[in-house]
Design a protein around this ligand. Structure first.
Ligand code: TRP
Length: 331
């Protein structure tokens, strides 16, 4: 069985784009791999959350991922800070991570631009912490999006460097887990090609959104005055509404509105009303599950402890071996 590791940023709620773009595949991945999924709460300290915010966002992520079907019996589902061995490996990797290569990292340069008043060492060494997360379990694969490819490349650099430095074949060099055709791209409601929470608060529909919130956002989605000639290609924002309908509505509903469009008889208000109800039907079971889980502190505690125990077992084995390779010896 291959070992897969993925970290989940502990900020923000899941939206439909996240779910279709990754989480649904995490759920499938659990079946045929040994998966470690963790909530990256050490990483989140780079932005200095308050203790209450830190705790709440960790809890939210745990609740949402469980509601989406991550199974604590099949996967090792844990909170990063429950496994301090990660921090030790991070320290060791930092000794062989060069400031120059860390400074050249695209995400770091981006942070300097966007948060110039908080360029801390944690941001600079974000890639070594991420590498530690991954190689602490000697992972083979990491399901990453485009924005994380460079970090994964750096992970390979650090793993390979360790192996060469100590003349061992210890850490595998992890590669991206390829979902291939299975990724479904969900467009935004603001005319953008990808649903994203950062651009515009009305672009994204969150799994936790109330039916009212969903209706409001969908009704506000960008449209235009409608086609003036039959069978015209669709401008991007209209294409987006159709793509959403394809993902969430019945095939008959989709073809009904496609036909209206092609005959120039479409009324976007009607279409959006229908789309909102279909999205609500889709997200309601998730939202209900999240509400139940959020109130079950005992269960969440049990899940976290179980995950911590399994993750520590794997991590402490790695640390023991790494210390030996490096030459730390008992006196
Ligand atoms: N950097 C990842 C993100 O922003 C989160 C992350 C932290 C991660 N450690 C990881 C992802 C290890 C994969 C493997 O989404």
């Amino acid at each position: 069985m291959e070992i897969v590791v993925s970290g989940i940023r502990s900020t923000g709620n899941l939206h439909l784009g996240n779910y279709f773009g990754a989480i649904r595949n995490f759920v499938k991945m659990q079946e045929a791999n040994h998966c470690y999924f963790f909530i990256a709460d050490y990483h989140s300290l780079t932005t200095h959350p308050t203790p209450a915010d830190l705790h709440n966002s960790v809890k939210t992520v745990l609740v949402e991922f469980l509601a989406c079907g991550l199974d604590p019996e099949k996967s090792t589902l844990y909170i990063q800070s429950d496994v301090p061995a990660v921090a030790e490996l991070y320290l060791l990797l930092n000794m062989n991570a060069y400031v120059g290569e860390l400074e050249r990292c695209t995400s770091f340069k981006e942070k300097i631009r966007t948060m110039p008043n908080n360029v801390n060492a944690g941001l600079l060494t974000y890639p070594t912490l991420m590498a530690a997360d991954i190689i602490i379990h000697k992972a083979h694969k990491v399901p990453v999006g485009k924005d994380q490819e460079q970090h994964l490349e750096m992970t390979r650099t650090f793993a390979g460097r360790f192996n060469r430095m100590y003349d061992v074949d210890y850490f595998p060099e992890p590669v991206a887990y390829n979902f291939g055709e299975e990724l479904v791209k969900i467009p935004g409601l603001d005319g953008g090609q990808k649903m994203s929470k950062s651009d515009n608060e009305n672009s994204a529909i969150f799994l936790a959104d109330s039916p009212e919130a969903i209706r409001k956002k969908v009704m506000k989605a960008v449209t235009d005055a409608g086609p003036t000639e039959p069978n015209q290609p669709k401008p991007q924002p209209i294409e987006n509404i159709f793509q959403l309908m394809q993902a969430f509505s019945a095939p008959d509903t989709f073809s009904h509105f496609s036909n209206l469009y092609n005959r120039c008889e479409i009324r976007y208000g009607d279409m959006k009303k229908q789309l909102a109800e279909d999205i609500i039907s889709y997200t309601t079971p998730f939202r209900e599950k999240m509400e139940t889980l959020a109130n079950d502190e005992a269960y969440l505690g049990k899940v976290a402890r179980m995950g911590a125990e399994k993750a520590r077992e794997s991590a402490s084995r790695t640390i023991r071996e790494v210390r030996e390779i490096i030459g730390f010896k008992e006196m």
